[in-house]
Design a binder for this molecule. Structure first.
Ligand SMILES: [Zn+2]
Length: 151
């Protein structure tokens, strides 16, 4: 059984991000409207959290931190519902990869994917990054789930 997924944001407590409140609230509603359905298709940690806050400028739409069991979403990106859903599903797919044991993070920045060690992926360009097998796998999940959740 799943606990409720905890959704939070630091936007409302930070003056310089106050203007992001409306779009953040919108994205929180979008998340709440699909999360129950996501649980039917993905193996998610039972203490999963979703946190809305600016990440690094213009780079990440979202990211998943397995240590914190937290999906971070940058409300400055993801302004349309479709873009938001793509980001959310992509990050939840990473959570699912970790929960299933397909993906493991090492302290030195290397990654194990289905038992194969990938050395530190630090500074690679976007094309190379999106071709990493766990990224391609996450995008496959987006492609499959988006039509179901978009309804
Ligand atoms: Zn990814």
């Amino acid at each position: 059984m799943y606990n409720n997924i905890e959704i939070s944001t630091s936007i409302r407590y930070n003056k310089s991000y106050k203007h992001l409140q409306p779009i953040t609230n919108k994205q929180i509603n979008w998340a709440q409207s699909v999360l129950e359905k996501c649980k039917d298709y993905l193996l998610l940690p039972k203490d999963l959290k979703i946190h809305f806050r600016p990440i690094y400028k213009d780079i990440y739409f979202g990211l998943y931190c397995n240590d914190l069991k937290t999906v971070f979403i940058d409300p400055r990106q993801n302004k349309s519902r479709k873009t938001f859903l793509c980001t959310l599903i992509h990050e939840l797919a990473h959570a699912d990869q970790f929960e299933n044991g397909y993906l493991e993070d090492n302290d030195d920045g290397s990654v194990i994917w289905h038992g194969v060690l990938h050395p530190c992926i630090g500074n690679i360009n976007y094309d190379k990054y999106s071709n990493l097998p766990w990224e391609k796998d996450a995008e496959k999940v987006v492609k499959n789930l988006l039509p179901i959740l978009k309804k």
